[in-house]
Design a protein around this ligand. Sequence first.
Ligand code: NAD
Ligand code: GDD
Length: 327
Amino acid sequence: MKTALVCGAGGFIGGHLVKKLKSEGFWVRGIDLKPNEFAASAANEFIIGDLTNPVVVADVLNKPFDEVYQLAADMGGAGYIFTGENDANVMHNSALVNLNIAELSVKAGVKKLFYSSSACIYPAYNQNDPDNPNCAEHSAYPAAPDSDYGWEKLFSERMFLAYSRNYGLNVRIARFHNIFGPEGTWTGGKEKVPAALCRKIAEAEDRGQIEVWGDGKQTRSFLYIDECLEGVRRLMQSDFEGPVNIGSEEMVSVNQLAHMIAAIAGKEIHIHNIPGPEGVRGRRSDNKLIYEKLKWAPSVPLKDGLAKTYAWINAQVKVKVDQPTYI
Ligand code: NAD
Ligand code: GDD
């Protein structure tokens, strides 16, 4: 039986990845600082541990895993990574985790390692035009990410590639573009715009108003969790090291996204655009390379994933509203 370790298994993508690996017949160990928030983990073993501690990392790698998935990171949406308040913690935590995992994976004889990088590594100067952003993989340099979160991801990409060249660590690197779906963070400050707008619309009355940060003309592309995992598994099974984009090419403005969700909810919603942390003006996955290397690229329409995500977040909102308050 093939074995896998999922680092960050208590998070959104990690939790779903554990389920997928189990359904494919893997024996899975998960590790995270915390358990999954919304469902019990499907992992065979789930360890609560801090991967910034090399002793913990050496211990969790005490089997010669066939595959290791490194998803653990300090991460959040625009309200978390663009305010500047979390930069030192994001860089310190995520860099230490990645340094430990690279070094100790070589020592432990890990056969193949996946690293989740981000679209946030792309230079801000190529993402000023909301209608025509450039996120082709080769455009990453000269580097100018617009957040320290993006700089850490770029550093860690390079570090894993250096371990590949110098120590033969067999790595695969993907740059995720705004992944969304059920069981993702939807409240509390770390949520990304698909979940934030689903929540705001679920909480709004019909013909009510919601607040959207910025002028709403900034653009993004969003990828549903199932297609993200399909891309990850295909990359792991291929000979291509990456880095490669895993994202959708279907780009919408943030106000358009709000209208799409309102239509799914069956509500008429008035959008009030307010100042807020915005990040780049435009961003969209460029899928030429993934298609060339894997003969596959995401293709499911955005509205399909939004419908499943809205239904889940709407149910979470209802549970919260229905909860009795004890005094
Ligand atoms: P998430 O925040 O839900 O999951 C990350 C998990 O890592 C969390 O459960 C957290 O507790 C854990 N973690 C953080 N520091 C740790 C430590 N020191 N030791 C052990 N566990 C630790 O985020 P996600 O959306 O599931 O993202 C997974 C990965 O994909 C991250 O590396 C993220 O940067 C990357 N990524 C995600 C997106 C996206 O849109 N979701 C986009 C680009 C890149
Ligand atoms: N989060 C959030 N909440 N964003 C909002 C809101 C809101 O209520 N209203 C409008 N927005 C706008 C933000 O201002 C930003 O311009 C845009 O929606 C997208 O915001 P996010 O989804 O939070 O983040 P992002 O796309 O800029 O970056 C995310 O994706 C990267 C990968 O593509 C982050 O999650 C990064 O960590 C990730 O790496």
